[in-house]
Design a protein around this ligand. Sequence first.
Ligand code: ADP
Length: 294
Amino acid sequence: MWGVLAIERAGDLGPAARRSVRELTLHLALAVENARLLLKERRFAQELEDKVDQATRRLREIDRAKSEFLSVVSHELRTPLTALQGFSELLLERVVPPDRARRYLGHVRTETQRLGRIVTDLLDLSRIEAGRPLELRPERVDLGELIERNVDLFASQHPRHCIEGQVADGLGAVSADRDAVDRMLKNLMSNAVKYSPRGGRVRVAAAVAGDRPDTVELTVEDDGVGIPAEDLPRIFDRYVRIAHPETKAASGLGLGLHVVRSLAEAQGGAVEVESLPGKGSRFRLLLPAAETEI
Ligand code: ADP
């Protein structure tokens, strides 16, 4: 930084006066430099304080989200457990007519599956969070068989919905982990059912992706409540749940789609969504086609 000190005086400056002026100039320069340093120090301290404030706020948010998440998880685990306990006690302690016993066992199966899905999602999440690779073993997977099995399973559990599956003629296999594809499909199908609470159609289909011949698309479509356009970019983030008056009672951890996306991407695939509020949603899972067998 440069500074100029101008002194006006008629006539010449004597040597003593010159010395004093030089001295004065040095002092002034030092004072200016000190003031500049002080300002810099204050700005730095302020920036530091802002950063610490921000970090503290973020930590508090994470802490709150974690406590909320734990209470939601406990609730989500307790609901199926209570049902399992109730139905098994009924079956053990009372004489129940066979048709009713069968119905109870149906509930026991549904709740066990629900519990299984929650635990698997949590395990997948903990791997994703820890940056550990998801355990995936790619093999040739026939989507037709997988779709048929899940359509039958969901149709038997959700009689209010009309659940249909369709596979394009001559569709080849995909190269993916069978269990992971099953988990992704179950997650998408259970959402399709959950977010169309008044019943309706759920369509599952598989075909070669129109825009990518080396990719197979597995679509799950419903005519449920749909998702507002402004929320679409966030629904694959973890813990994100979109409030909707019709699906207030729907339980969930906001993890399903996050896990679906992570599993899809870990296998060289992707997941996309189109949705219109009040009309329904269409999720498109893209998976690499397996090489044709010779
Ligand atoms: P969860 O179902 O446990 O809330 P997900 O990660 O599976 O968590 O879904 C995140 C959010 O995306 C849901 O809370 C819901 O608002 C929205 N969503 C997902 N699938 C559908 C669907 N088929 N129709 C309407 N909304 C959906």
